[in-house]
Design a protein around this ligand. Structure first.
Ligand SMILES: Cc1ncc(COP(=O)(O)O)c(C=O)c1O
Length: 331
């Protein structure tokens, strides 16, 4: 499945609930091919929407495993708070995901493919005069898409390091809201057009943060280095998982600021990789910086990146012990 096909096929139904200003309704199953909305829907005008992205895997024994379900729900609750949207009930959202997976378990593809789960929350007030007010009513649905790799790990990525622009406004960077992706889009498009770069590493004033859709890790035989969490960028659950897996494999974990110059220095004999639910851990092959192209790690195989990627995938699909307690089994 190619990158641009990722997320274009769907389970036949979604699960859905609405908030009427007081309480969430009972969850219902609805066909996934349409969602009638009033043209004045708050989210369509003022971007009052947030979402999550997590994966379920078919284990070798046929069971369906959801990866870090509770952590994704917590992050969605945090996003809802940041947008002054009604906060989803954790137990209800969990059941919306698990029950949908249980009903359509035969549509969860076998590894290396997976089911990409997209809980989405948005303000539904029918009001086009509330630019500076939150939505009081909302809708929450769970959409699931059978997917393959977002980035093929065999084709290393070319990324542009941009030290001039912000991905999004810093106070909202740790929230998974559509507006942040809209904010980054023209910069990503410009990098693609001018440098044929597939991603942009945002490093405002030389402070290496993340790309438009993934976190950034520097990796070598001994160490995994990444920026410590701030409210300015997304606290990736894959990032957190990889740091824990790498630590258990004996790597030194460093979470600290990284300058743009240090990243270029690292690229001479270290690996650079992008981490995310969709990306997993995708090796970077070239960094474009100040109109120069730097080949990462002299073009050698990204052995540490692939080792960590496999170690994470092995937990996700149940090929190794779930020693961190990250898996929810769909009964
Ligand atoms: C901007 C951004 N940063 C980082 C990530 C990685 O987050 P996670 O590992 O939780 O998927 C994502 C999502 O995939 C993202 O959209």
């Amino acid at each position: 499945m190619a990158n641009n096909e990722f997320g274009t096929q769907f389970f036949d139904e979604i699960t859905l609930t609405t908030f009427d200003g007081k309480a969430w309704s009972e969850t219902v199953f609805k066909p996934s091919d349409s969602l009638p909305l009033h043209p004045a829907t708050h989210a369509l005008h003022y971007g009052s929407s947030c979402f999550e992205g997590l994966k379920a895997f078919r284990a070798d024994n046929g069971d369906v495993y959801v990866f870090r379900l509770d952590d994704h729900i917590k992050r969605m609750q945090n996003s809802a708070k940041g947008l002054y949207l009604p906060v989803p009930d954790a137990e209800q959202l969990k059941a919306m995901i698990v029950d949908l997976l249980a009903k359509y378990r035969e549509q969860v593809p076998a590894f290396p493919n997976s089911a990409y789960i997209r809980p989405t929350l948005f303000g539904t007030d029918k009001a086009i005069g509330r630019a500076a007010e939150p939505a009081e009513t909302s809708m929450l649905f769970v959409l699931i898409s059978p997917v393959g790799d977002y980035f093929s790990p065999e084709n290393k990525l070319r990324v542009l390091m941009n030290t001039e622009d912000l991905r999004c406004s810093p106070h909202i960077g740790s929230i998974k809201s559509g507006g942040n992706y809209a904010s980054a889009l023209s910069l990503v498009m410009r990098a693609a057009e001018k440098y044929q770069a597939q991603q942009v590493i945002f490093a405002p004033h030389g402070d290496v943060q993340e790309t438009a859709a993934a976190n950034c890790l520097l990796i070598n035989d001994n160490e995994v280095l990444t920026k410590g969490l701030t409210s300015e960028f997304l606290p990736g659950i894959t990032r957190d998982s990889l740091l824990k897996v790498a630590k258990s494999l004996g790597y030194k974990i460093s979470e600290r600021d990284i300058s743009a110059d240090e990243l270029i220095e690292w690229s001479k004999d270290g690996e650079i990789a992008l981490s995310g639910t969709a990306a997993v851990l995708a090796p970077v092959g070239e960094v474009v910086y100040q109109d120069k192209v730097y080949t990462v790690n002299q073009g050698k195989d990204a052995n540490n990146t692939m080792r960590l990627r496999k170690a994470l995938n092995d937990i996700q699909r149940g090929a190794t012990d779930d020693k961190f307690g990250w898996i929810t089994v769909v009964k």
